[in-house]
Write a protein that binds this ligand. Sequence first.
Ligand code: BGP
Length: 490
Amino acid sequence: MPPPTPTFPDDFLWGVAIAANQAEGAFDEGGKGLSQADVIPHRTPSDYSDLGHLLRVSEAEIADAVAERGTRGYPKRYGVDFYHRWESDLELFAELGIEAFRTSIAWSRIFPNGDDQQPNEEGLDFYERLFTRLRELGIEPVVTLSHYEMPLHLVTAYGGWEHREVVSFFERYADTVLTRFAGLVDYWLTFNEINSTLFEPFTGGGIIEREGENTRQRAFQALHHQFVASALATKRAHEVSPSARVGCMLARTAFYPATCAPEDVLAAQRENEMNLSFTDVHVRGEYPGLVRRHWAEQGIEVTMEPGDADLLREHTVDFVGFSYYMSLVAAADPAEHGTTGGNLLGGVSNPYLEASEWGWQIDPKGLRYTLRDLWSRYQLPLFIVENGLGAVDVVATDGTVHDDDRIAYHRAHLVELREAIADGVEVLGYTAWSGLDIVSFSTSQMSKRYGFIHVDQDDVGDGRLVRTPKKSFGWYRRVIASNGEALDER
Ligand code: BGP
């Protein structure tokens, strides 16, 4: 008797994901203030292994960007014009058959400067129409409160998340949108890839790096304020909307040991524990010992206020959201293992895995490993809110895009996801990155395409923005319609 073929639960949420700062554009319309994303220039990447030089901006560069009122050279100011095209885009997503749509609210559309006393009604109205339409189409909104787009004024006037007062500004913003959209939105995520504040302090925490300052100290102080802000938002969500479920969001990077040498195994374990320390705070409500030891060893002193520890402990999340793109390899002595894989977060190359054109090593089985690991650690529902392949797509002369590599990527990951569910892991859903081609987070390119829908725009913003479903669009539609059974079609 062959074993039963694993299946997806009937209430599994199949979806797609975008982010306001990479898709909406309209950076200065509808009352919106400048966000930190609006000052990140398009740079021709020399290499992709160190994203820092692509995402970090100096005070002088910020001043130049603020002086520049146009969009040219700042791709996240125009995105793919979702702000004006969202109704027709949602029609395409409805045709795809999705049951969940993840996006973020641009904080600076609601509080243009971040410290405003009153919200911008035009911004609230935009999202109310968007979420209402999603409901009408039978699509569950999954909404991120902060996705790399805090108001720039909070960065320049207060120092970003390093400054404690930003917690109260975020609390006001979260209370405003949680209250306004109660009943419309039932799935909330607080901070997108909260661990990014450590490896990309500007986009994650609004921290402008300066010579001679201890960036790691500043990042951990900012992270503490973000954890407190996340707990306050979780508390408020549960107060205003009994049906609301709040999740954290981690850039999960599973680390494998380079060899079975105990030193390498310990190195991988440490990397995994440091990566999971962020979800530990959100789920368990306190900092793990390994982090406190790291602070002591690095001379890092995180200032906490009375009541912070109780807040973190009493307002933990309802589910664990995470992005998964790759796995990494840790070695006690990386020099022994040659160059890094060019991965987003370093480590050494994995000789058993292929890499994307941007050096991200593709590991579908790593997703099953990650799901089992997170489930056994937290016993909370999991939600894969980002997974996808950034690739150079070729548009054929007839305008079609035969993105078989993207189909192969998603199929392989979804098969492993289905195996993890059969292993007993509870997974709420999967919102693929991304529904349509949008501006890349790390490189600000359009040429790093993730979408099931092609968007006619190049790296410098030229193009007609025409949307064209790719081959993967039809494939994913069949997968959704069959609740995953089409994964086995040949
Ligand atoms: C994650 C971000 C997303 C998205 C994705 C792909 O880190 O949460 O915003 O962009 O990565 O990364 P990239 O666009 O840099 O290829």
